[in-house]
Design a protein around this ligand. Structure first.
Ligand SMILES: [Fe+2]
Ligand SMILES: [Fe+2]
Length: 184
């Protein structure tokens, strides 16, 4: 079904809603928040979100391990920063999982598939400098991935796009903080 509901302007240039799509939304109540006008890309959006969910979960694990192992080495402040980021990645994962469910999809938490789906890598570094560097690389991957997702989604799903824009702003902040640490 490629005929997504489309409000249009008529020949006189007046703005008009698509009444047929509104009627269809009222009739089919099985799909929760997803109306028939959503368009044919629901599965693609859910897949993009599940890959982002895997990325957030891997990033949470990487930062958490860095927090516990860097703690007390020589920079408690950076370890604390890792923990803040870890918790923010976990919050991103929660938001994304919630949206997947709203879209009628299944959020994938199976640990076997996480690294395979994740855009960013886990990291086993033991020195602080390498940890900061690995996290910066992962954040830059996240920034680029979210930016592309936002472009792909465009006006197809404003709620998902808005959520991704908020997550993107956080990832940019993370990357910025880490590059400050690298140059100290
Ligand atoms: Fe994140
Ligand atoms: Fe991040």
């Amino acid at each position: 079904m490629n005929d997504r509901a489309h409000p249009t302007s008529d020949s006189s240039g007046r703005l008009q809603l698509d009444q047929a799509a509104i009627d269809a939304a009222a009739k089919s109540i099985d799909d929760g928040a997803v109306t028939p006008g959503y368009g044919p890309w629901r599965d693609d959006v859910v897949k993009l979100l599940n890959d982002a969910l895997a990325t957030e979960l891997v990033c949470n694990l990487r930062y958490r391990r860095h927090y516990f192992t860097a703690k007390g080495v020589n920079s408690p402040a950076i370890a604390e920063e890792f923990l803040v980021h870890a918790n923010e990645e976990a919050a991103h994962a929660d938001k994304i999982a919630e949206r997947i469910v709203q879209l009628g999809g299944s959020p994938l938490f199976n640990p076997d598939q996480l690294l395979e789906r994740s855009h960013a890598q886990y990291d086993e570094s033991s020195d602080l400098q390498s940890m900061v560097r690995a996290n910066l690389v992962a954040e830059r991957i996240a920034v680029e991935t979210y930016r592309q997702m936002i472009v792909l989604i465009g006006d197809k799903d404003p709620t998902t796009r808005r959520m991704l824009e908020e997550v993107l702003a956080d990832e940019e902040e993370h990357a910025d903080e880490l590059s400050d640490w690298l140059t100290r």
